[in-house]
Design a protein around this ligand. Structure first.
Ligand SMILES: Cc1cc2nc3c(=O)[nH]c(=O)nc-3n(C[C@H](O)[C@H](O)[C@H](O)COP(=O)(O)O)c2cc1C
Length: 298
């Protein structure tokens, strides 16, 4: 019998498989398809202080082995998440959930964490994943994740608001991701997750215009897997806090590669949009894949 359990910033989870933010809603939508308690945990949709409609459409473009998205952090706002979304999740998910927080200023990140942490549903939250890497919004998101000083400021601000583990989600759209990761660790982050999407674009040959209304979007899916793996490997060597790997993971074998690169857990994103059962299937396939490659535990 293999042991799939891992310890993520002090919390033991049954397996390292975590659906990624923005590809799994607030979880209960997928609970209509299968028992989501089979997952290690999942990261819910990036939540901001105010409700956001997101960017204009079209905001999805398919690519060979991946997809571009420019959704732009559509979400109902933190108060609605506390009042409506998390109580619905509580009925179907009985494990700590990862709260994905986004913002346009350091104060906004801190305020969202503060409201979640002092809410009636705060017991449901195991970790905060602070998204400083969204490439699809202007004046926030990725601008924090591409500057070590700004990234450190965000860590400092949210650190005051909670005793729960803070996982900083980093962008691949930088020259040296290890510099940003180290700055987050120094300021007191408990973990790092990466990668968010890689900036890209496509044209429609008939209209001769960019396909996405936002012009650029974030590339994810199997196309980015080798890039993600390289960045996870570099980051895991550079810091002494746990690293969650993601980017193009779509099979149990991909999970094993991420773990070999130094990840302690693995998020699964675009694969959930191709097949809503993808994360469940990875959890199901993981023990056999471990056995095949002679891995007893992580
Ligand atoms: C449609 C879509 C929406 C996303 N929304 C968020 C988000 O709200 N917050 C966040 O941190 N990452 C978001 N992401 C990024 C994913 O969580 C993940 O980091 C990225 O897609 C790479 O993983 P993948 O190749 O497995 O999709 C989104 C990705 C997609 C495809």
């Amino acid at each position: 019998m293999v042991d799939t359990r891992v310890n993520l910033c002090g919390i033991t989870i049954d397996n390292p498989v975590i659906p990624a933010s923005g590809t799994f809603g607030y979880g209960y939508e997928f609970a209509e398809l299968y028992d989501i308690n089979c997952l290690g945990t999942f990261s819910f949709k990036g939540t901001t202080l105010d409700p956001r409609f997101g960017n204009d459409t079209p905001r999805i473009a398919e690519c060979p082995s991946g997809m571009l998205n420019s959704v732009g952090l559509q979400n109902p706002g933190v108060d609605d998440v506390i009042r409506e979304e998390l109580p619905k999740l509580e009925r179907v998910f009985h494990k700590p959930v990862m709260a994905n927080v986004s913002g346009f200023s350091t104060d906004e990140y801190a305020e969202v964490v503060k409201r979640l942490d002092r809410s009636a549903v705060s017991d449901m939250i195991g970790w905060y994943e602070i998204n400083i890497s969204c490439p699809n919004v202007h004046g926030g998101g990725m601008s924090f994740g591409t500057d070590a000083k700004m990234a450190a400021e965000v860590v400092k601000a949210v650190r005051w608001m909670t005793d729960k583990p803070i996982i900083m989600k980093l962008s691949p759209n930088v020259t040296d991701v290890t510099e940003i990761a180290r700055a987050c660790e120094t300021e007191g982050a408990d973990g790092i997750s990466l990668i968010n999407t890689l900036m890209g674009m496509r044209f429609d040959l008939r209209t001769k215009k960019p396909i996405l209304a936002n012009v650029t979007g974030g590339l994810s899916g199997p196309a980015v897997f080798p890039v993600a793996l390289r960045m996870v490997y570099q980051t895991a060597k550079a810091v002494n806090i746990p690293v969650i790997g993601m980017g193009g993971v779509s099979s149990a074998e991909d999970v094993l590669e991420m773990m070999m690169a130094g990840a302690v857990a693995v998020e699964v994103g675009a694969a959930n949009l191709v097949d809503p059962y993808a994360s469940r299937n990875i959890v199901r396939d993981l023990p056999a894949a471990m056995k095949k490659y002679g891995i007893d535990s992580f």
